[in-house]
Design a protein around this ligand. Structure first.
Ligand SMILES: NC(=O)C1=CN([C@@H]2O[C@H](COP(=O)(O)OP(=O)(O)OC[C@H]3O[C@@H](n4cnc5c(N)ncnc54)[C@H](O)[C@@H]3O)[C@@H](O)[C@H]2O)C=CC1
Ligand SMILES: O=C(O)[C@@H]1CCC=N1
Length: 275
């Protein structure tokens, strides 16, 4: 079977992560397109990835078996209207990665009865270490589901959800999730520096510790709670630190943070979805 052509409408951060991951995973650059109104953005894609670029969404869409909608939620409706007639004519799979926006709105903006997969990836897709959840509407064929899963699995882990409503919580968990871990790294680095560690030493120790902890949690048999207990000697240094984190309400803080992200995903749909 010949390689599917994938066109990205919007060539920003997430398109860079996905295109970079797809090429690293063996996709041919000549089967990838990016459309973006900004020439600088397109130049970066051309130089970094060697893929096809255009300022016209319709030109990219006209080549595509799969169209990835990678614009901001507030732009999606306008971008969908631009390519609606091509989508109706060619019936490609449309894969939206926009936060919040719901499949029925996207399908309607594209003229109706369109196979739409809603996906929520994250930026580690660039390293083929992404986490993506996918939801397919009833117009998506089994072959198109396989294709969508292949694309996202090429840049990391891809899991299906059977209710679109879960996508808001997914966005709060794994879509935004890398930012929470980066913030923890920043906070630990700053704290280490405040204890007079040299900046370079503080950064390298924090980053390697984050990597090691993530690998142990993913690759070993123990769950995170067991791994935490194994670091924590009774009456020792870790216990002293964890007590402060609990006292300061870390768990409650994450509960509130993810709830805020989930709620924002829902209101994005109300603000920029519907008619
Ligand atoms: N950044 C992230 O970590 C994640 C983002 N997303 C979703 O991905 C989508 C894109 O996000 P980012 O890449 O972060 O945004 P971004 O702002 O980096 O990229 C959006 C791109 O769209 C281009 N654009 C603007 N108007 C356009 C139009 N009419 N037609 C075509 N392109 C147009 C912009 O020039 C820009 O390059 C959003 O909907 C976001 O919710 C999903 C998962 C993670
Ligand atoms: O912050 C945002 O809205 C997007 C969606 C998930 C990650 N970035």
């Amino acid at each position: 079977m010949s390689e599917s052509t994938i066109a990205f409408i919007g060539g920003g951060n997430m398109a860079h992560s996905l295109v970079g991951g797809l090429i690293a995973g063996g996709r041919s650059p000549q089967h990838l397109w990016v459309a973006d109104p900004f020439v600088d953005q397109l130049d970066t894609h051309r130089h970094r990835h060697g893929i096809n670029v255009t300022q016209e969404n319709t030109e990219a869409a006209a080549h595509a078996d799969v169209i990835v909608m990678a614009v901001k939620p507030q732009i999606l409706r306008e971008a969908a209207a631009q390519i609606a007639s091509i989508v109706q004519e060619r019936q490609p799979l449309v894969l939206s990665i926009a936060a919040g926006l719901r499949e029925p709105d996207i399908s309607r903006w594209l003229g109706g009865n369109v196979p739409v997969v809603r996906a929520m990836p994250n930026t580690p897709s660039l390293l083929r270490c992404g986490a993506t959840a996918l939801y397919a509407n009833p117009s998506v064929s089994a072959a198109q589901k396989t294709l969508a899963e292949e694309i996202m699995a090429a840049v990391g882990m891809a899991l299906w959800v059977d209710e679109e409503a879960h996508m808001d919580a997914v966005t709060a968990t794994s879509g935004s999730g890398p930012a929470y871990f980066f913030l923890v790294m920043e906070a630990m680095e700053n704290a280490a520096r405040s204890l007079d560690l040299p900046p370079e030493l503080a950064r390298r120790l924090v980053l390697q510790t984050a990597l090691g902890a993530a690998r142990m949690a993913n690759e070993g048999d123990d769950d995170p709670a067991t791994l935490r207990e194994k670091v924590t000697s009774p009456g020792g240094t870790t216990a002293a630190a964890l007590e402060v984190l609990r006292e300061q309400g870390l768990e409650e803080c994450f509960r509130k943070a993810l709830t805020a992200a989930r709620d924002r995903s829902q209101t994005l749909s109300d603000e920029f979805g519907r008619d």
